[in-house]
Design a protein around this ligand. Sequence first.
Ligand SMILES: [Mg+2]
Length: 411
Amino acid sequence: MNDWPRIVVHADMDAFYAAVEQLDDPGLRGKPVLVGPKSARGVVLTASYEARPYGVSSAMPVGEALRRCPQAIIVGPRFDRYQEISSRVMDTLGDFSPRVEALSMDEAFVDMTGADRLFGTPGEMGLKIKQAVREATRLDISVGVASTKYVAKVASDHDKPDGLTVVPADQARAWLAPLPVSRLWGAGRKTVPRLHALGLSTIGDVATADPVVLRRLGSLGAHFHALANARDPRPVQRTRVAKSIGSDRTLVADVQTRDDIELHLRRAADRIGRRLRAKRYVASGVRVRLKTHRFRMLTRQRKLRRPVDLGVELLVAGRSLLDEFADPGPFRLVGMAAFDLVAREGDRQLDLFEDHAARELETTVDELLQRFGRGVLMRARDLAGSGTVANDGVNLDYLDDRDDEARQAGR
Ligand SMILES: [Mg+2]
């Protein structure tokens, strides 16, 4: 995709607080809802789309909003609930890329550069993100896909609600040109009249303006000129980082032989590898957990010489850790986790040392699972092994199947 130097998604929930209230209370659906304090002097935090045709918008005093739309229902905000759904949204976005920059509870940038092999064209990426958020929250999100943060953000707002707007890099300048200057980042109530006074009313006017004219706006002039020409090199800054990705199995029958333990370890390694690759992480540490039949949890871990994302490499590390457990078992839980995760920089980063055939095999499996879903494939040895395998490919020989991800906030 040569015409996409970067793929930046901006995702923005539609009328977020109001949509959550309508989700939780079916009686509010299809009605004008204002989330805000029940005081005429407070301001509207979010107006549902049903209220917007009346000229009601966020930041408007509640009294004014009610004059414009007397039938509106005012609901007090429930920030804990919004935060809960926000986490679900951000987790979902994190399934598409490790590079997610949350701007607020309901809005984030996602850097999808290099993810076309897993998620398809930029348009297909946007569609998949929308579907995934809808599945996770039953709420709508608008998505803009572009090659810069600025264009992506303008694009997500272009077709709200439930919008999807894709602006390829080579069309960005022309796409921005007819939009009003108020859509420039940093052009607020004070600056827009100044732009108008200089004879600049559209973004296209700013893009082609005489630099001498723009200089009258001080440093903002150069900033606007760059945005108007779709130049915005700022990277997506990660605000959420997974700390570890793990997979634990609590087994129906305790295991004791090395072969049986390794069988479960290998499944865990495959699953963790798949999730590392989907999120484009590499791991520099591996941890194995065994729980004895007396419920003692034993853990061994090691740092790796180089970061990895293949199941087979995780398994090699996990196997060597098995040698370090003194307890002979039997064990009722076998688990593994990959830790010290960092975003994978590029496709060539891992190529030097690794087993190319293994990568080929594992990424082929990724693509099949992506296309046909779970249960389409399993290793022949899983079928022949001690586990019970149901027809749909779901393995039934464990009680508790937990794939988890520990997260840390902050950059
Ligand atoms: Mg929003």
